[in-house]
Design a protein around this ligand. Structure first.
Ligand code: HEC
Length: 121
């Protein structure tokens, strides 16, 4: 072959395209803590989520159900609204509702457990 450079460039570009595609295909988010490693509190929080939040939010993706998916919620700089995902802000959203989201009645214990669970997402 007289022009090895052109095929070399072709493989470089193919490699770059594959990398670019895989980056856009699955936006890398920090991994969730596997359920097998949940603390008792996180497991109780998961049950609260199942009972009070799961009908409107997916915990394992960022795709919307009725509200935004909550994967990696507390590991990102901001929530979908742009507000930082602090425990104070989350508690306020949960207890008092926010926009289209209704308020949820929780005991202090349930709220603490739920927050612990949200940190595993
Ligand atoms: C009836 C459906 C519904 C339920 C139940 C519900 N949510 Fe929501 N949630 C929504 C909707 C809709 C939004 C988007 C609100 C908006 O932007 O107007 C939202 C937004 C949020 C947000 C993003 C707030 C922000 O600042 O961007 C968080 C976090 C959240 N919900 C957590 C929860 C948790 C935790 C629970 C369980 C206690 C819960 N939600 C229960 C519908 C629901």
């Amino acid at each position: 072959m007289r022009l090895p450079t052109s095929s070399a460039w072709a493989s470089v570009w193919t490699g770059a395209a594959v990398v670019a595609l895989s980056l856009t295909a699955c936006k890398p988010l920090p991994p969730s803590k596997p359920s097998s490693q949940w603390t008792p509190q996180e497991a109780r929080g998961a049950a609260v989520f199942e009972a009070k939040c799961a009908r409107c939010h997916y915990p394992t993706t960022t795709h919307s159900l009725h509200g935004p998916g909550l994967q990696a919620l507390t590991k990102l700089k901001s929530m979908p609204s742009g507000a930082p995902p602090t425990d104070e802000r989350l508690s306020d959203r949960i207890l008092h509702g926010y926009g289209m989201m209704p308020s949820t009645d929780l005991s202090d214990q349930q709220l603490q457990d739920l927050l612990a669970y949200l940190h595993t997402l």
